[in-house]
Write a protein that binds this ligand. Sequence first.
Ligand code: MG
Length: 132
Amino acid sequence: ARLRTRSTRTGMGFDVHRLADGEELWLGGIRIPHAQGLLGHSDADVALHALTDAILGAIAAGDIGQHFPPSDLQWRGAPSSRFLEHAASLVQAAGGRIEHVDLTIICEAPKIGPYREVIRARIAELLQLAPD
Ligand code: MG
């Protein structure tokens, strides 16, 4: 369904994944060197999952689990950037435009600060937004 013109929508997403040994850590669309990685289907990028859910929510298009069921083997190990790009394409198809996203990552380790700008740039790239 096309969105009503001149309406502004906000979506909120939330996700939790556990850190585990023997996994790569993908967070915010980048690979972060760390002793552990996130456990889950796809690359388990919890940050991109939350953003994807927020965007899907803003256009009332369900949630990430409906679009990319964990039970579907084709999403095993898949880059979560694909999920985010898909959600953004649905906004565009509905006649909408993403103006801004915000993301909070809660973890004790690794330190996110050193990767903050790279993550911002990567998310901006995936959503075709300016980093600011
Ligand atoms: Mg997830």
